[in-house]
Design a protein around this ligand. Structure first.
Ligand code: ZN
Length: 43
């Protein structure tokens, strides 16, 4: 099952929840895909 959560606020990519796993992050009301969430953690 795949549920559309929204668009990444950084790169505009679609972010989905797949089989209960949310492939991204939500911070301060902003939605981030897993790529942007990972690169934000590095900085
Ligand atoms: Zn992104």
């Amino acid at each position: 099952m795949r549920e559309w959560i929204g668009k990444c606020s950084s790169c505009g990519r679609d972010v989905y929840c797949e089989n209960g796993f949310f492939a991204g992050e939500q911070k301060n009301g902003k939605l981030l895909c897993e790529n942007c969430a990972a690169s934000q953690e590095e900085n």
